[in-house]
Design a protein around this ligand. Structure first.
Ligand code: GLV
Length: 387
């Protein structure tokens, strides 16, 4: 078992063990990848304020996210095609999350279905919804999530049309992969992955294949999004979905103060400040740069969460200190999943919790809920004047 000390170690193993097509899918941003890069480089601009000679015993990272108790305010973000990073990937990640005590969010574009994940876990997970044109499909999947006892609906608003990721087109991304010569040559060096896939039947988009109609190539994410996702999604339709769901409701993909105000007045339990990990609007500002102004605008009305760019416990601390009440990791746990399955997801969570805990101590804090602006050193003009 290799010694894993940081998320980057998992990323290196992920790259070595998972077919290029799926590693690239996870590791891409859209177009020039400017926003993808800045999501992480902007975190690095924020520094931490060291405090000494304060009692740092009895620390706690526990808190709540949208009314759920969490071992630390870090949920697993919805990520498409997890079951292609590792056989039965969504089940493995959900099990790691439930044992650790953090929420797992199942993507609409998952390989294992809602029912399958529910059958292999013991605690409720969250379900992320993409709104499709086929209203019957949307009604049915909401009912399926209710029947599976999902404890929150996370509605993603920033992917009604897919931002182009060049590598996915060049690699011919599909689930399962089509066995072209370059794919077969690549698979020859990824035997662990291949053995896992031979041992499972879960190789298709489990929530949608057989449930939604009208897509040319059912193995292609690009075809699903362009042929099925609803380009007319608006706040009226969102209200209908909120009412139909009737449970905890989280709106994901807010990056603008005006949108945040609308979402806050909407009775959402939380909003997620996010640019989809830099995978959608290339040229958008990083999520961490947008977070403070959105917290100022709506933080007293709605719980503000954030994702996009978190690769360490230090990043989690920075987001919480800037006012986020919860954070999400996507790639950081996918590296673990691709590297080592369930054990890798657990390792990713352990790494992040240890970093968060140690960093809290060195900042002179004992309780994650007490983190605030006073823990940070932020360069003048960090938020910028963008008009
Ligand atoms: C979502 O499914 C994505 O590929 O970003």
């Amino acid at each position: 078992m290799p010694v894993i000390t940081c998320i980057d170690d998992l990323k290196r193993l992920h790259k070595r063990r998972v077919p290029k097509m799926f590693y690239d899918y996870a590791e891409s941003g859209s177009y020039t990848e400017q926003t993808f890069r800045e999501n992480t480089s902007d975190f690095a601009q924020i520094r931490l304020r060291q405090k000494v000679a304060v009692d740092m015993s009895g620390r706690s990272t526990a808190g709540t996210m949208a009314g759920h108790d969490v071992a630390m305010p870090v949920a697993l973000a919805p990520v498409g095609l997890c079951g292609m990073q590792h056989a039965d990937g969504e089940i493995k990640a959900a099990r790691a999350a439930e044992k650790f005590g953090v929420p797992f969010t199942l993507s609409t574009m998952s390989i294992c279905s809602i029912e399958d994940v529910a059958a292999h876990t013991t605690k409720p997970f969250w379900f992320q919804l993409y709104v499709m044109q086929d209203e019957d499909f949307v009604d049915a999947i909401i009912e399926r999530a209710k029947r599976a006892k999902c404890s929150a609906l996370v509605l993603t608003l920033d992917l009604q049309i897919l931002g182009q990721r060049h590598k996915d087109l060049k690699n011919g991304l599909s689930a399962p992969p089509k066995l072209t010569l370059p794919v077969m040559l690549d698979l020859a060096t990824k035997w662990r992955w291949g053995l896992g896939m031979l041992g499972t039947k879960r190789r298709f988009f489990g929530n949608i294949v057989g449930h939604a109609k009208g897509v040319g190539d059912t193995a292609s994410l690009m075809s699903w999004t362009s042929e099925q996702f609803d380009p007319k999604l608006d706040w009226g339709k969102i209200a209908r979905i909120r009412d139909q769901w009737g449970g905890k409701f989280i709106i994901k993909g807010i990056l603008d103060e005006e949108d945040a105000r609308i979402a806050a007045d909407f009775g959402a339990d939380a909003i997620i400040v996010s640019n989809h990990g830099g995978r959608q609007l290339d040229g958008a500002l990083s999520a961490i740069r947008m977070l403070p102004s959105i917290v100022r605008a709506v933080g007293d009305k709605v719980e503000v969460h954030m994702d996009s760019g978190i690769r360490s416990g230090q990043d989690v601390l920075k987001a919480l200190a800037l006012g986020a009440k919860g954070t999400y990791i996507g790639r950081s746990y996918i590296y673990g999943l691709g590297a080592m399955g369930e054990a890798g997801v657990t390792r990713a969570l352990e790494v992040i919790r240890k970093e968060l805990d140690t960093t809290m101590a060195l900042c002179g804090e004992r309780d994650v809920k007490a983190l605030g602006r006073h823990n940070l050193l932020i360069p003048e003009g960090f938020e910028g004047h963008w008009a």
